[in-house]
Design a binder for this molecule. Sequence first.
Ligand code: ARG
Ligand code: ZN
Length: 421
Amino acid sequence: EVNTEAELLIDENLLGDENEPRSYRGAQLWRLSYKDQQFKSAVSELQKTYKTSIWNIQMANSSNSYVDLFVKPAVVDDAKEFLRKVQVPFNVIMDDVQDAIDNENPPLEETDLWQNRDGHPMTWTAYHNLEDILQYMDFLAKSYPNLCSVKTIGRSLENRPIKVLRISNGDPSNKAVWIDAGIHAREWISPAAVTYVIDHLVANWDSETLDVKAIDWYILPVMNPDGYAYTHKGDRLWRKNRRRHINRLCNGVDLNRNYGHKWGGQGASRQPCSETFAGSSAFSEPETKSVNDFLKKSGANFKASLSFHSYGQYILYPWGYDRKVPADHQDLDRVAREAAAAIKNVEGKVYTVGPAGSTLYPAAGGSDDWAKGDLKLKYSYTIELRDEGRYGFMLPANQIIASGEESLAFARVLARNLVNA
Ligand code: ARG
Ligand code: ZN
């Protein structure tokens, strides 16, 4: 999802009581056309004066471009009045963001049937907290010692473990794929879909394709555990990690701006209060540093990286830092289109394929550029999972399984391309 250049020095929303869950009662999500200058200036005025934030942007087809703006309750009326004056029409996609938050996850009793069915707490009918996900990973390592192992590759700022699951038949000639999820805390579908992939691979390993079995899968379901825990307890819409800044007014570094390839360039902010704050230097955060150290030192034969986000339904490849493409972009594009076709076969959803910088917006310091530019992994993608804006970050839990199937479809396409390269 998106953030534009508009910066604010102090974001008043960070001054609340951190022990009190934050309410989004009365906040709204609006869709504005983005097709010509009149609309673009209205959006930048909304960003500047009303401190809206862009959650989603669709520019694939210029006559149909739009942006979705999150509007805080305090400015809803004034911002409406402004748009009326400049005669810019808009649609309200969510008239109360808190309602969407309250409705995304069914009460756990409804999924109790599945609880502890196999000796672990995970289900794919509800979103789970960090403890459940970590326990599930340990359960797999214990129950399938010949296939799964877990490694704590580092610790978050608040000392939570950063755990990677490896799924491998142990053949030393295997190529390896890196998968991360949950870089951005509020994108709950990302860890949910990726743990679904894990569950499916492990449970059906024997019947999986030969290609899938010839890959060593390294999967990190929650790369930003502090942020993820915070979205479960404090602020459902938190994006960054939980780095405390000296002034204590604004916290958090955007981990997807903190990687070391072209760090600090376009689309990455120097302001700690920004949602896209790049941090004090490349890999300044333990979460990104642990991943970088692990991949650099690992003996595995990594060939590809998938980074799962939400939302917007995109398959993006480098470069993200600028509107440029690498020399082998046609290979990346071809595999992405195969993946999009496989995803479409799941439930007909359309994922837009393209280079990150020109398809969305340039944003430097992302995991995809690092995997391609620093690690030199040929195939590097960012996947923006469902949806196209109806529910956004609050995708109802009854779409976890289908999103997991879409993610799995991508993994299979990738395996086929790597093994038959
Ligand atoms: N929504 C993602 C973000 O803002 C997109 C990242 C795409 N990759 C990139 N290097 N810009 O982090
Ligand atoms: Zn994201």
